[in-house]
Ligand binder design. Sequence first.
Ligand code: NAG
Ligand code: NAG
Length: 384
Amino acid sequence: MMTFKRAIVFAAIALSLFLILRSHHSGPNYHNANDLPKPKSVEDWVWKSQHPGEAPPVQPSQPKQTPSHSLDSGTIRKPKNQIPLQDLHAKPLKEQLEYQFPYDPLSKFPAYIWQTWKVSPSSGEFRSDFREPEASWTILHPTFVHEVISDDVAPHLMQHLYASVPEVLEAYNALPLPVLKADFFRYLILLARGGIYSDIDTTALKSATEWVPSSVSRSSYGMVVGIEADPDREDWADWYSRRIQFCQWTIQSKPGHPVLRDIVANITQETLKRKALGTLDKNTKNIVEFTGPAIWTDTVFKFFNDPEYFDMSTGTGNITFKEFTGMKSAKKVGDVVVLPITSFSPGVRQMGAGEDDDPMAFVKHHFEGSWKPESERHIGDTAH
Ligand SMILES: *[C@@H]1O[C@H](CO)[C@@H](O)[C@H](O)[C@H]1NC(C)=O
Ligand SMILES: *[C@@H]1O[C@H](CO)[C@@H](O)[C@H](O)[C@H]1NC(C)=O
């Protein structure tokens, strides 16, 4: 049993897919290794670019990582044969979502930037202190479509995207607080359309085209996440809900990614359950767990340890915070790139994060969205 579980670490840690993609690796486990363009040198990306002269990290001797069917990219998942709507709706929610938004790991990252706010930037009521952060995205991504979806427009957009998955719409419409809707919005828009979601109070410091070096094939990953908190201290639980917390103020993804499918299904079902029980209220307690960074973090880790996507036959244990704590350069687990804390949380002056002008600093979150009950999102900012 232990070996079975130990399997998962090697199944999924960063370097495994890298190695599998390299031609010398003969493992049969990545079904489509031959179909994927091979990164020139991932070690160059992870190490030489940031730590000239340093040796690359020790690599697992027997890396194995098998994305199974859903990452099985040789056969690009086109929508299956038409299923009559009532048959589709009889299927589990995750299957409905997969049918509507199939994941194609080899696809390009769509050139979209999605943001949401009460009003659009063309409105006089748009907060003046958000103008510069908002403009930073347009300036650094001149070829991208950049949309700020206002609260008026968001329900129509969701209606348009999710008309065929009515449970999701029912849940979205039932959420009683703007902060909950805004949380849900990011997962929904990325699942359906892909691209970058970023909170409106977040400044782009570097173009997303530079977040991952161009030497790393875009078809070798489908999602980019950053670290919000890495409190390496005994009493971390007094201040943060997770030992490593992934941030959800900025996420890049290809449409249909299984992590998004999972979190959308979870929030939908959780919302409808609470609605049925009459417990869906405006209490902002536990938003972190319901739609915020805690459930986001859990969902990402769940994916890293999901035997459906990763080979569990070798390895040493589950992927945990230990794989990411203190890391100074990006790691890739399966098809998810995890950036170091500096990338999406520069200048926080703690937890090892670099400053805003660090070469690895990509976005700057200002924690100013007025719809965010920030005290509820971090257990305690006074820890800082
Ligand atoms: C959603 O995910 C959380 C955390 O993994 C879990 O506790 C909860 O039971 C899930 N809810 C549903 C409805 O699946
Ligand atoms: C790995 O994760 C599974 C499911 O989350 C858990 O049941 C198991 O105890 C974990 N294994 C180890 C070695 O921590």
